[in-house]
Write a protein that binds this ligand. Structure first.
Ligand code: GN1
Ligand code: MG
Length: 357
């Protein structure tokens, strides 16, 4: 790894390299350097997953554009990620295996939460993601590469799921018939966002697309939102999906891979706080119809994510990192349990977002 670091403009001695974070896709490492004076500086080194992101140069071009744009808006502080240049002058290094590496300045005195610790924390996550979307509201979306085509195209995800069931590569379909039936039982729902787009109720915007609470940094002392991270999937998308993916992850009373499904439910207080923070952060950029479609976004991201975990399980766990053989199946089950609870809270969710129009 020292060889990789040597490709970047980092001159001080590397005194620590350690795995970092909990992402399911890329590999991240914390790197610490120590200058002769004793001054320590920290960086985040990342290897982009090339199975997931086939066009890493296009991906890095997106990130550079977005970062530069945000920096013009909000200045040079901790509010925007900062890439360290490679010695070539570009902001990444491709190694002999074709893996793309990049280095960010580590954001100091900041935290990111695997699970929001209070409704106020979750409000701040919402504000951060909403504000991110509002800052990018005039960004020229057509200049962005689609790093994962059809990323949140749920009807397409459903088609792929059906193909995976049909192919049954690993002979696992029989064992997950109940989960397969659940996906089929919701099939009329999957096109709802696209139908609303066609009716002009849901515009395409520049969105983040993976809005887990651990993708927004909060100041360690004030716990105010600071900076949105993990910019690999910034693409044109629906605002309600950014809202929804955050709810999926942060308003679940259990972890994404909880085995005891009785612990899984939708926390309506968390939902309310996040909705208020997100809408506030969006700063008037949302249509009334978008706000009203936020519950659909929450359910869509949850059922889609469950479907993706199940598809990966059927295909032999090649997409998401897993820690044990049934990990994707456990993740899928929590998502479907949460969808069931969202169905129970449907009116409650609608009434909540309506308050904030
Ligand atoms: C992946 O890398 P990470 O863990 O932030 C995935 C998301 C899923 C999420 C589920 C590029 O995000 O779409 O919602 O796992 N990212 C990609 O936890 O597929
Ligand atoms: Mg992340």
């Amino acid at each position: 790894m020292q060889n990789i670091i040597d490709k970047f403009l980092i001159n001080d001695k590397v005194t620590l390299i350690a795995p970092h974070g909990n992402g399911h896709i890329n590999n991240s490492y914390l790197v610490e350097t120590t200058a002769l004076s004793g001054f320590k500086r920290r960086y985040l080194l990342q290897a982009v997953n090339k199975n997931v992101f086939s066009d890493s140069e296009g991906l890095m071009a997106n990130i550079e554009k977005v970062i530069n744009y945000l920096r013009e808006k909000s200045g040079d502080g901790r509010g925007v990620m900062k890439l360290i240049p490679a010695k070539t002058g570009r902001y990444f290094h491709i190694d002999e295996n074709g893996t793309c590496w990049r280095v960010y300045d580590f954001i100091e005195n900041a935290i990111c939460l695997e699970a929001p610790e209070s409704p106020e924390d979750f409000y701040e996550c919402g504000f951060g993601f909403g504000n991110f979307q509002s800052q990018l509201s005039a960004f020229p979306a057509s200049t962005l590469t689609e790093t994962i085509p059809d990323f949140h195209n749920t009807p397409k995800r459903f088609e792929n799921f059906l193909k995976a069931v049909e192919a049954d590569l690993c002979g696992r379909a029989a064992e997950v018939q109940e989960e397969i039936n659940f996906v089929l039982s919701e099939k009329d729902f999957y096109s709802v966002l696209y139908d609303n787009m066609a009716e002009g109720k849901l515009p395409l915007r520049v969105t983040h697309n993976v809005t887990k609470s651990n993708n927004v940094m909060l100041d360690a002392v004030t716990r105010k939102s600071l900076c949105v991270i993990d910019l690999d999937t910034i693409m044109p998308g629906f605002s309600v999906n950014d809202f929804g993916d955050a709810i999926r992850f942060g308003a679940n009373t259990a972890a994404e891979d909880e085995k005891d499904l009785s612990k899984v439910s939708l926390d309506m207080e968390m939902f309310d706080y996040f909705a208020r923070g997100f809408i506030k952060g969006c700063d008037g950029h949302l249509l009334e119809s978008e706000i009203m479609l936020m519950p659909e976004g929450a359910k869509m991201m949850t059922v889609e994510c469950g479907m993706r975990f199940l598809t990966d399980y059927l295909q032999g766990d090649t997409y998401f990192k897993t820690k044990y053989p049934q990990h994707n199946l456990d993740r899928c089950r929590t998502q479907f349990e949460l969808v069931r609870d969202m169905n129970r809270h449907w009116q409650d969710m609608k009434d909540t977002v309506k308050k904030y129009i």
